[in-house]
Design a protein around this ligand. Structure first.
Ligand code: ZN
Length: 166
């Protein structure tokens, strides 16, 4: 099944996790170019990308238009089911509580993120929503893939914004 589903951006010999996080980073860069906080998300099911989005809060004037929410909506439309069991989500930054909750509701299998969010992280940093023991569904968590790149993009964005506001 995986053979005929070649992903865009496929690089032979590159770890699939790194490959998908690279695509999420490209989404985050697109967000930054649009004046959005640079966050990107990619959802993968059986080696196929079924959702790919970046933050669009400013563009859509919608406080819920986070990369993860938009990608989950795309993925559900792609498979024709709100249950995204077996699918993994790659995000450049640890999800906020809203997105973490959506990941649980979507029954995603695994969350892979680049850099932690110490202010409002909804996975490991502040609110342990993604893998909360009483919850009937919990995601596996992997962090730190392309962490330096994900962090640099966020830091550069906020440095630029402070400069613009000064
Ligand atoms: Zn969010």
């Amino acid at each position: 099944m995986a053979n005929n589903q070649v992903n865009s951006g496929t690089l032979p010999g590159v770890d699939p996790g790194v490959r998908y996080m690279t695509l999420a980073l490209r989404e985050a860069e697109a967000a930054a170019a649009e004046g959005e906080v640079p966050c990107g998300a990619v959802i993968v099911l059986n080696g196929r990308i079924i959702g790919r989005a970046h933050n669009q809060v400013e563009t859509l004037r919608d406080p819920t238009a986070h990369a993860e929410i938009l990608a989950i909506t795309q993925a559900a439309a792609a498979v024709g089911d709100w249950r995204l069991e077996g699918a993994d989500i790659y995000v450049t930054k640890e999800p906020c509580p809203m997105c973490a909750g959506a990941m649980v509701l979507a029954r995603l299998r695994k969350l892979i993120f680049g850099v932690r969010d110490p202010i409002r992280g909804g996975a490991v940093s502040v609110f342990p929503i993604v893998a909360h023991p009483p919850s009937p569904h919990r995601l596996e968590i992997q962090e730190g893939i392309l962490e330096a790149e994900c962090r640099a993009l966020l830091q550069e964005f906020f440095r630029q914004r402070r400069r613009d506001e000064a």
